[in-house]
Ligand binder design. Structure first.
Ligand code: SF4
Ligand code: SF4
Length: 370
């Protein structure tokens, strides 16, 4: 990923500041057994198991790294693995007003905003939203299926802090199967070409399912090289409770197997995941979930505990931070988290240096400079 160095340095400074001086209003623990608490919590027993679940000290310094902003849940597609369009079916026609989106950006203060959905390019004021977030000196990923890039490109201005993040789950045939419509891959590629030609930064986001052939992903990245794409993100699919088809999702063991050769991809292409998170995916490192690092805001408010599962929506960001019983989530604490290794729960843990090894700082530096 071609992150501008100022962006990487800004993020490092933000993390250091919040580690040294965590904001006290976000560190209060939720009352145990509160109504907003997790009904699926696994209660720790005495002995070794309980000790194993002792949280890492860093987990008690909570602050957001990336805001997942969902201005709407409507979409022009109906992808097989999409939990959003199913979970929010009853509010699918609603939108978060522009001012409210920007207020959420201010309230949470994360240095990076991932605009997702639904299909955010269907949001009427998407150009104004991006401009408003850039005015606040934030970095932006605009996650899109790519179908409307050409149509709406003139509403944006290139900026070194703004990336189109185009969803591609494989080469043409595979991708069109995943999104259940022919022609989507081609239009997304046309969108990537148009955006690059106009001077925008463009990266891609690929979900890895049980059936994904990693050789095809390598072929996809090779194919994208001709367009000078600025980076790639890989995410293991997560089995949303809102999605019926459990067959397409992976266990932790499946994920380790799928990512065992990811180093080869990492050496050849610009992957935007940290080396530590990739080690976690390969099964070479343990990380705890730090879902508070990637909070989600949408039409119902602040979604807790995470982008993936919903036990409540909160009115304020502080409510999300202080009324969520964070320690009852993550691998070993909640059966719904058992096989989750997604970036929104675990990439913040890697970036925050939880369970760090001696060589990590050097690896982070070389990754950022690469
Ligand atoms: S394009 Fe994205 S939001 Fe739309 S259905 Fe597919 S995964 Fe869901
Ligand atoms: S482990 Fe995954 S599903 Fe569970 S809280 Fe963390 S991010 Fe959410």
């Amino acid at each position: 990923m071609r992150f501008p160095l100022s962006m990487t340095a800004g993020m490092a400074g933000y993390i250091l500041k919040n580690k040294m001086w965590p904001r006290p209003e976000w560190q209060k623990d939720a009352a145990s057994g509160s109504v907003a608490g997790n009904p699926f919590r696994i209660l720790p027993s005495r002995g070794a198991e309980a000790l194993k679940r002792q949280p890492h000290p860093m987990i008690r310094k909570r602050f957001p790294l990336v805001l997942m902003l969902e201005p709407l849940h409507a979409c022009n597609l109906t992808c097989t693995g999409c939990g959003r369009i199913r979970e929010y079916e009853s509010t699918i026609t609603e939108r978060v007003p522009l001012e409210e989106c920007l207020a959420a950006v201010d309230e949470c203060g994360a240095p990076m905003v991932s605009i997702c959905g639904g299909e955010p390019m269907m949001y009427p004021q998407i150009g104004q939203l991006v401009a408003g977030i850039l005015e606040r000196n934030k970095n932006i990923y605009l996650c899109t299926n790519g179908m409307f890039i050409r149509k709406r490109l003139s509403e944006f201005r290139p900026d070194r802090r703004f990336f189109f993040n185009v969803h591609l789950d494989g080469l043409e045939k595979t991708h069109d199967l995943c999104v259940e419509r022919e022609g989507v891959f081609r239009e997304a590629i046309e969108g990537i070409k148009a955006a690059k030609k106009a001077g925008f930064l463009v990266c891609t986001n690929t979900t890895i399912y049980k059936e994904t052939d990693m050789k095809e992903i390598e072929a996809l990245f090779e194919y994208l090289e001709q367009f000078d794409v600025d980076g790639h993100q890989l995410s293991p699919a997560y089995g949303y409770s809102a999605v019926d088809d459990r067959e397409i999702f992976m266990t932790r063991e499946d994920i380790h197997e799928k990512f065992k050769d990811v180093d080869r991809l990492f050496r050849r292409f610009r992957l935007n995941q940290t080396p530590m998170y990739l080690e976690f995916l390969k099964g070479d490192r343990d990380l705890p979930c730090t879902a508070w690092g990637n909070p989600t805001y949408n039409v119902k408010g602040w979604k807790g505990p995470c982008y993936l599962i919903t036990d409540g929506h909160y009115k304020t960001f502080e409510d999300l931070m202080t009324q969520t019983d964070w320690e009852s989530y993550g691998h070993g604490n909640d059966p719904r988290c058992e096989h989750c290794m997604t970036h929104c729960g675990y990439e913040p843990s890697a970036a925050l240096g939880i369970n760090a090894k001696l060589a990590d700082s050097f690896r982070m530096l070389t990754w950022a400079l690469r």
